[in-house]
Design a protein around this ligand. Structure first.
Ligand SMILES: *[C@@H]1O[C@H](CO)[C@@H](O)[C@H](O)[C@H]1NC(C)=O
Ligand SMILES: *[C@@H]1O[C@H](CO)[C@@H](O)[C@H](O)[C@H]1NC(C)=O
Ligand SMILES: *[C@@H]1O[C@H](CO)[C@@H](O)[C@H](O)[C@H]1NC(C)=O
Length: 371
């Protein structure tokens, strides 16, 4: 399906160029963690956070692992599809060239990464947000060399930016006693430290040309299967959920102030906390049958940190909210994306071609289902 859209895109581009010289396509630059990673960590040889084994990607394209930490699409994939933006390739894709970037943008997201440099050291290799912005600066130089400084400035100012990190700063930093941040800060001070750090990073992105930018807030991260198994009752971790709510509130206020201060900027905040919380409390209302355990799991041995070839899958992946211990399924991501599109008040880019269809269901290489 996406394949057949290519000729149309080319015609539009050629017409665009012949009509007014240097009208570039609107593309996205995505900064994020495993919820948005589309293949960077798979190319980080020493990273311990990779989605490079079956059954990751089972409902995406050919069904082989592609770097996404889900069975299907990420939230950013779905929002891009629905708003007419191309899916940016991962920064570490060896076929990434200036031409590819001008047509598709770049995704710098990296599993295990956080707003803070010190987050996720446990995973050994990952791109934290500062590192992702450094890589973006390299991309900008490449594009300036290709199309010149003025055209590059216009291109980057017209692009869309997504910044979606924060849960690792809690789950793989502050809430883990092995990290010094866990004893250096209290809850409020830590959230403020994150907000200050993010503010600096967003100001830096503005100085590099970012004008249209969205920050995704956090969901009820105390309810991911990995957090639930921490208690014998299997309930959500109230403290983690309160931290997510507090992060969302502080970041939302920070962005409102910042957006008013930065020239020509539309920097928006949106979260899907309430909807996801409702999905988790009332899964049947939304067509789910399970909202507390991963679809892909290693028998009853939990938590198995990742989904692996020896894992068994639930019989109907569209009935599970969670794909693995951390990450939602494609079906849950659709609900999150729909909510964010509403919060951000999106309009379609690039002349509004029809949204891509949902990914084809993969070939029958699935393990025998559980249940
Ligand atoms: C964070 O990392 C970046 C490089 O990725 C570095 O330039 C910056 O100084 C670091 N900041 C702190 C506070 O360590
Ligand atoms: C803001 O937009 C105006 C009008 O397009 C332009 O002249 C000005 O240089 C822009 N300022 C920044 C910082 O982008
Ligand atoms: C929902 O899950 C229960 C138990 O896990 C199972 O018995 C039932 O068949 C499932 N229903 C659907 C519609 O999948």
């Amino acid at each position: 399906m996406r394949f057949f859209l290519v000729p149309t895109t080319l015609i539009v581009t050629i017409l665009g160029v012949s009509l007014n010289g240097c009208d570039a396509k609107v593309v996205q630059f995505i900064f994020g963690d495993s919820l948005s990673d589309v293949g960077n960590n798979n190319r980080l040889s020493r990273s311990l956070a990779k989605a490079n084994l079956p059954w990751y990607g089972i409902d995406f394209g050919n069904g082989l692992p592609n770097g996404r930490f889900s069975n299907g699409r990420t939230v950013a994939d779905i929002i891009g599809d629905e708003t007419g933006l191309p899916r940016p390739p991962p920064f570490l894709d060896p076929s990434l060239t200036a031409d590819v970037i001008l047509e598709n943008g770049v995704n710098y997201a990296s599993g295990g990464g956080g707003i803070l440099n010190e987050t996720g050291t446990y995973f050994i290799q990952r791109f934290c947000l500062y590192k992702q912005i450094e890589l973006f600066q390299g991309t900008q130089q490449l594009i300036r060399n290709k199309i010149g400084t003025n055209a590059a400035q216009k291109f980057f100012q017209e692009s869309q930016y997504v910044v979606a990190l924060g849960s690792n700063d809690f789950i793989n930093n502050y809430l883990m006693p092995v990290y010094s941040d866990s004893w250096k800060y209290n809850d409020e001070a830590f959230v403020n430290y994150m907000a200050e750090t993010l503010r600096g990073q967003l100001e830096l992105l503005h100085s590099l040309g970012a004008r249209q930018l969205m920050v995704f807030g956090l969901g009820p991260m105390g309810c991911i299967p990995l957090q639930r198994v921490l208690s014998s009752s299997g309930d959500c971790q109230d403290r983690a959920n309160k931290l997510a709510l507090s992060f969302n509130q502080v970041i939302s206020q920070m962005l409102e102030k910042l957006s008013g201060k930065l020239a020509n900027a539309s920097y928006k905040f949106g979260d899907a906390y309430d909807v996801v919380n409702d999905v988790i409390s009332n899964p049947h209302k939304y067509g789910f049958n399970n909202s507390d355990s991963p679809c892909c799991s290693f028998g009853s041995i939990r938590p198995a940190l990742t989904c692996i070839p020896a894992s068994t899958l639930c019989s109907d992946r569209s009935k599970y909210v969670f794909w693995d211990e951390y990450h939602p399924t494609d079906t849950a991501n659709q609900i999150i994306a729909k909510e964010l599109i509403k919060k951000f008040g999106f309009s379609r880019a690039n002349g509004g071609n029809a949204p891509s269809s949902a990914p084809a269901i993969a070939p029958a290489i699935a393990p025998s289902p559980r249940d």
